[in-house]
Write a protein that binds this ligand. Structure first.
Ligand code: FNR
Length: 410
């Protein structure tokens, strides 16, 4: 099968392959979707300042994350209901990640159980936890530890579900209902419908269905995506005590919160606005990354997601201090187009773009990339978006860069 040549073209094809309400569930953001645009604008308003006459004939984008070597500064991030995009989508994504030599993060709202994924996919698997219900969360955490997961990602930006207006308009809700409109949509996408029927019909929330701690209440909560909104710092601390392995907190946007996570014993944070699916006007993660990097200078892995569509985006995030980034929609578009092979192709494309960016930037190694390789596109543009001037921003990056150089010099 011939695949598209970039993530955006995969998105275009995914829109054709999926019924509208499924595509919109994957692609959409909250409310007016300003956040989706803001996430992209944050990357677009940074340009590269390449260094010349550097020997870049041999390049290496592998890196170390939480003490482990990964082939690229990438992870496939946690996304729920992957089985609606492709039959057993969780397994397909995990296998694509394994082939690419990067970790896969399984969502609480996955459609295969965490035990089955561990048995069938292999590779470096992380488990993402939503706290819907305390007993259920405890049972999931214990199961993840027994199944061999060694990194737990606690997502803390879903105190309640974002107002995703495409879903509201399309009547997308769990359990999936087949209204006349939805049936017509399914008929117009026979390949998707056939695959869904062949794989056993509408996928279930396998982790919850099979959990001892899952009472009726917890199931209803996950179906309506109602989280336990009382989950606070003491609870995170309790989670830290219960989970004996690596703990990462996802959904952090403030330096003080990031520092508090690390002080509490977390092994790292993921700077994220949930791909603009929660609070529409939340800040773009890239815009706060330098401050968070400075706040966590003493330690902890730093990851970022939201809006990554190109290898150059990944390099910009690394230049501002990220150890690695997570892909959400990018690999889901690949999954929609070609299952495991499509998701793997998206990873290959992004890795190839990272490699090209490094070469043209004058960096043989990923660790050579620094904030001094970036400049805001123009003062006018900067002032429009963030209120900063060219001078302020450049100074901020240079200041950040000095910190990074000290840390990265062997
Ligand atoms: C998500 N995301 C998410 N995050 C999480 O912690 N648990 C989850 O179950 C989900 N589910 C989910 C479903 C879908 C369809 C999407 C698109 C996203 C958020 C995800 O992990 C990540 O933060 C964003 O997707 C990153 O933004 P981009 O890369 O999609 O722009």
């Amino acid at each position: 099968m011939r695949f598209p040549i970039n993530v955006d073209a995969f998105r275009t094809l995914a829109r054709r392959r999926l019924p509208r309400r499924i595509f919109d569930y994957v692609d959409g953001g909250a409310e007016d979707e300003r956040g989706l645009r803001r996430n992209r604008a944050a990357f677009e308003r940074l340009a590269f300042l390449p260094q010349r006459l550097v020997d870049v004939s041999r390049r290496n984008q592998s890196t170390t994350l939480l003490g482990q070597t990964i082939a690229a500064p990438l992870l496939i991030g946690p996304t729920g209901m992957n089985g609606l995009v492709w039959p057993n989508g969780d397994i397909a994504l995990a296998r694509a990640a394994r082939r690419a030599g990067i970790p896969f993060v399984m969502s609480t709202a996955s459609n295969v159980s965490l035990e089955r994924l561990a048995g069938e996919a292999g590779g470096e698997l992380w488990y993402q936890l939503y706290v819907l219900h305390r007993d259920l969360a405890d049972s999931l955490v214990d199961r993840a530890a027994s199944a061999g997961y060694r990194t737990l990602v606690a997502t803390v930006d879903v105190t309640l579900n974002g107002k995703r207006e495409r879903d509201l308009r399309n009547g997308f809700a769990l359990p999936l209902r087949f209204t006349p409109q939805a049936c017509l949509d399914a008929l117009a996408h026979p390949r998707w419908t056939y695959a869904l029927l062949r794989s056993g019909g509408v996928p279930t929330l396998a982790n919850i269905e099979s959990s001892n701690g899952a009472g009726i209440e917890a199931r209803a909560a996950l179906l309506s995506r109602q989280m336990d909104a009382s989950f606070a710092w003491e609870d995170l601390s309790r989670l830290r005590d219960r989970w004996p392995h690596r703990l990462i907190v996802k959904g952090i946007l403030r330096p003080d919160d990031a520092l508090r996570c690390i002080e509490l014993g977390a092994d790292g944070v993921i700077v994220s606005n949930h791909g603009a699916r929660q609070l529409d006007d939340a800040v773009a993660p890239l815009d706060v990354l330098p401050e968070i990097k400075a706040a966590c200078a003493s330690g902890g892995a730093l990851m970022l997601d939201s809006g990554i569509r190109r290898g150059s985006d990944v390099v910009k995030a690394v230049a501002l201090g990220a150890d690695a980034v997570l892909l959400g929609r990018a690999t889901l578009y690949g999954l929609a187009v070609g299952g495991e092979a499509g998701a793997f192709r998206v990873l290959e494309i992004v890795q190839d773009e990272i490699d090209r960016t490094l070469a043209m930037l004058g960096c043989a190694y990923l660790s050579d990339v620094r904030a001094h390789h970036l400049r805001p596109v123009s003062s006018g543009y900067g002032a429009l978006f963030g209120g900063f001037t060219h001078g302020d921003q450049a100074e901020r990056y240079e200041h950040h860069d000095r910190g990074c150089q000290e840390e990265r010099t062997p």
